[in-house]
Design a protein around this ligand. Sequence first.
Ligand SMILES: Nc1nc2c(ncn2[C@@H]2O[C@H](COP(=O)(O)OP(=O)(O)OP(=O)(O)O)[C@@H](O)[C@H]2O)c(=O)[nH]1
Ligand SMILES: Nc1nc2c(ncn2[C@@H]2O[C@H](COP(=O)(O)OP(=O)(O)OP(=O)(O)O)[C@@H](O)[C@H]2O)c(=O)[nH]1
Ligand SMILES: [Mg+2]
Ligand SMILES: [Mg+2]
Lengths: 291, 279
Amino acid sequence: SLSASFQNLARRFQGKDKLTEDNVQEALRDVRMALLEADVQLGVARDFIQRVKDAALGQAVVKGVDPGQMIIKVISDELAKLMGPEAAPLVRAERGPTVILMAGLQGAGKTTTCGKLANRLKKEGRKVLMVAADLQRPAAVDQLQVLGRDLEVAVHAEKGVAPPEVCARAVDRAKRENFDTVILDTAGRLHIDDALMTEVAEVARRTSPHEVLLVCDAMTGQDAVTSAKAFDERLPLTGVILTKLDGDARGGAALSVKAVTGKPIKFVGQGEKLDKLDVFYPQRMAERILG
Amino acid sequence: VLPFGRKLDEKLIEEMEETLLSADLGPKTAVKLMDQVRLAFKEKRITTTDECYAFLKSWLKDLMRDDGAKLRRAESGPTVILVAGVNGAGKTTSIAKLAHRLSRGGASVILAAADTFRAAAVDQLALWSERIGCRIIRQPTGADPAAVAFDAAEAAVARKADFLVVDTAGRLHTQANLMKELEKIKRVIEKRIPGAPHEVILVLDATCGQNAITQAQEFGKILPVTGLFLTKLDGTAKGGAVIGIRDQVKVPVKFIGLGEKPEDIEDFDAEAFVEGLFG
Ligand SMILES: Nc1nc2c(ncn2[C@@H]2O[C@H](COP(=O)(O)OP(=O)(O)OP(=O)(O)O)[C@@H](O)[C@H]2O)c(=O)[nH]1
Ligand SMILES: Nc1nc2c(ncn2[C@@H]2O[C@H](COP(=O)(O)OP(=O)(O)OP(=O)(O)O)[C@@H](O)[C@H]2O)c(=O)[nH]1
Ligand SMILES: [Mg+2]
Ligand SMILES: [Mg+2]
């Protein structure tokens, strides 16, 4: 873990009075290992290490400051910077319903997160309509309807109509019935499934969402970059929700996804219950990744 | 992919290490492997990229090949398969695949919907049981999962079923109370059918990183895990974390999931899997 390697890092600089190319290079080997253990993607870790190296060597030598402490500060600062803004707010429509599209790989937590988001927004006094647009997973529509009943939030569902059409009709209904928020639950899909990626892009085209959120599992490994990049290319992503952070995965996927899409992580899932949605705190995430 | 027939050097060795890292082998396993390559290179036992590939592939195939990778059978009475794993890994869908394959093979299969927690979890498995044509034992959401498991064990014995496959709720190994619940489900099955569960399958998502190793360790502490079901290998993730698991926890991969349909299941093939890591 990095806090252990932070100790080692500091030790490497004992007796040294400044940061040099060589001693920084050595120290950063430990950091790279820790990042990879934390599931940060290889290329993202490499770029991060380079940034830290440049920042560390570019530092003016301050008299009396231990170089070990200096490099630890550079690492934490760079990581927090890379993790993106704290509690980035949800976009709201200027007029008419705010449309939020949830997308992502199979099993990431989209349906549950729709419920969590609906719960949160309802508590803020908004009138939410959830849309059951996953027409392929057995009982996916039922799943969202159960959440809707538990939350007393309306759910729009239609049989025999393709997902883009269901979503378009739901937005029309929202306008007619004065819902100010529409949350679109979509089927899990592989980023390499062209037909399904085209389908979700069509959902976005038909509904002009104000928010397109990539729902990503915090335990995702190296593949996080590949899938996030593909979703970012096919959809107008506006943010990311990282789920299952109540586990003990280090969550390096957070850094990878942010680095490759540039989109802010807006929320994190902290459990299965519908009140387990928190805003994102980059400092906390950085500390978690660093171990 | 490294150029073939090239003289090996440290730079190419590093590129090979990156290939392993990108496949989710994790730095511990990747470095351990590549240090062996570096030693062999230093001792001139391998000198070209081809030899490096051959060295790695044979090491990995030996590790991943396992004679225990067949499905266990009860000596008599129903064979009970208990399925567990973290949330969203693919347990319910994988059970449908197993049930489909077993019933296509002529066996009678009963499914136990022991996920009594998640919204529509029972409905999801019930729909699968309908499509596949096998019996399901269920109780309403909110019931005690151990009670469902017990009922199902009774039914499997009474009906002389060949297989009983028990679905459980997703849970994180960090949730002590849920791990206790899982242990209770196993005990209840054991009491009703001595020797059961004969097979305990941990379902792992191929997109999962190093946490998969922790999952195998922690679930392995409370359940006698006999095999892994590695799902979503039809994606771009390589599932290399199972190598770390095989190395540290010794559990074999028995099945892989290659899609969302009942037929999207295959027996684990070490050769194909290792080749895929370098593909
Ligand atoms: N512990 C924990 N579990 C979660 C969290 N978010 C979702 N889950 C669980 O993860 C599993 C999958 O959640 P779903 O909402 O069905 O995932 P999905 O993305 O809609 O799945 P597909 O529609 O099949 O792609 C369920 O067991 C959820 O209860 C979280 O933040 N923490
Ligand atoms: N592409 C692909 N998707 C899969 C595979 N296995 C399961 N899935 C999908 O993954 C999602 C989650 O599957 P489930 O079977 O509900 O997972 P689970 O572990 O039972 O989830 P919980 O009970 O909520 O913990 C569904 O959308 C499945 O269709 C696979 O091998 N490939
Ligand atoms: Mg869903
Ligand atoms: Mg399930």
